[in-house]
Design a binder for this molecule. Structure first.
Ligand SMILES: Nc1ncnc2[nH]cnc12
Ligand SMILES: [Zn+2]
Length: 338
């Protein structure tokens, strides 16, 4: 381990943009396929990994939804989430906000209860095993209808006190935030926080819609907001958190090379950027790999990394007193290594 690796692993951080289905590693995919007697179109773990060559978001989504087909029981969801928590704990994650896609499972006949109860039991275990807190973000699939999103929100009703927020993911282009304005308003009425993927592949206009028509609390990705200086200024002035995912951006060809990643431009523009792994099993790295990738490629100093970690707490859905406690832990860590 280099000094930088140790610094990053020990820096307390929150992960705010993580699709739990995107943490399903090929080894576990095979194990669950065997356990559930589900056919998968790959002969080996190596063959699965070789299939993870994407040129755009949709290439990835097709494989990601196919991979999720091995998830059948609450035990499967528990095991997948626990594998993520164990891995994230090694990267210094002390709080994780997990997105999950109920429609990917309920549309295959898996009851909502199986999905969420498996995740909740792993969250409980992560708290006792690692002292890691976590919360859930129910994400609507934007390639489906708003009516289907309303049905999903209704299915979540018995667990609403254990869901922090709703999100919007899947194929962005052609499915702008306005399509979901009413279901987001209904979620807000129920006391949920709101976040949406915007400006990953979609244009700055989709980021405006997420702000103006949905009134989001966070923007997931937001890269393409940088194309619009007025929007960039607005995001910076309002302190809007962006959950940025560098290795995802590279794998999905949002950027051609990691040396082109705009994370330092975002910080210079005053944007409240955070670093996250998105779908770590598919994009070649967990959160510490994302910190290291941009630190090396963009020459970020330790102060920048600390700023990004601080942003991960101030941009989280945690209560103020917990945020203050985590910021104090960062201060203590910085003082110790100074
Ligand atoms: N990066 C991403 N963009 C949109 N939808 C997703 N679902 C899982 N990962 C996603
Ligand atoms: Zn995402």
């Amino acid at each position: 381990m280099t000094d930088l690796d140790t610094f990053i692993a020990r820096l307390p951080k929150a992960e705010l943009h993580l699709h739990i289905e995107g943490s399903l590693e090929p080894e576990l995919m095979f194990e669950l396929a065997r356990r559930n007697q589900v056919e998968i179109p790959y002969a080996s773990v190596e063959e699965v990994r070789a299939a993870y060559a994407f040129t755009r978001l949709q290439d990835f989504l097709d494989i990601y939804y196919a991979g999720a087909n091995v998830l059948r029981t609450r035990r499967d969801f528990h095991d997948m989430a626990m594998a993520y928590f164990d891995r994230a704990a090694r990267d210094g994650v002390v709080h994780a906000e997990l997105m999950f896609d109920p429609q990917t499972h309920t549309d295959r006949g898996i009851p909502f209860a199986e999905v969420i109860e498996g995740l909740l039991s792993a969250m409980e275990e992560a708290r006792t095993k690692h002292g890691m807190t976590s919360c859930l973000i129910l994400s609507f699939l934007r390639h489906l209808s708003e009516e289907a999103a309303f049905e999903t929100l209704a299915a979540a009703e018995p667990w609403l006190d254990r869901i922090a927020a709703v999100g919007l993911d899947s194929s962005e282009v052609g499915h702008p935030p306005i399509k979901f304005a009413q279901v987001f308003a209904a979620a807000r009425e129920k006391g949920l926080k709101l976040t949406a993927h915007a400006g990953e592949e979609g244009p700055p206009e989709y980021v405006y819609q997420a702000l103006d028509l949905i009134d989001v609390d966070r923007i997931d990705h937001g890269n393409r907001a940088l194309e619009d200086p007025v929007l960039t200024r607005r995001l910076a002035d309002s302190g809007m958190t962006l959950t940025v995912c560098p290795l995802s951006n590279l794998k999905l060809c949002v950027i051609d090379d990691i040396v082109q990643h705009p994370i330092d431009a975002m910080l210079k523009a005053g944007l409240k950027a955070t670093l996250n792994s998105d779908d770590p099993a598919y994009f070649g790295g967990y959160i510490a790999d994302n910190y290291r990738a941009v630190a090396e490629a963009r020459g970020l100093g330790r102060e920048d990394l600390v700023t990004l970690a601080r942003n991960s707490f101030t941009g989280s859905f945690l209560p103020e007193e917990d945020i203050a406690r985590h910021l104090a832990a960062i201060d203590a860590f910085v003082a110790e290594v100074a």
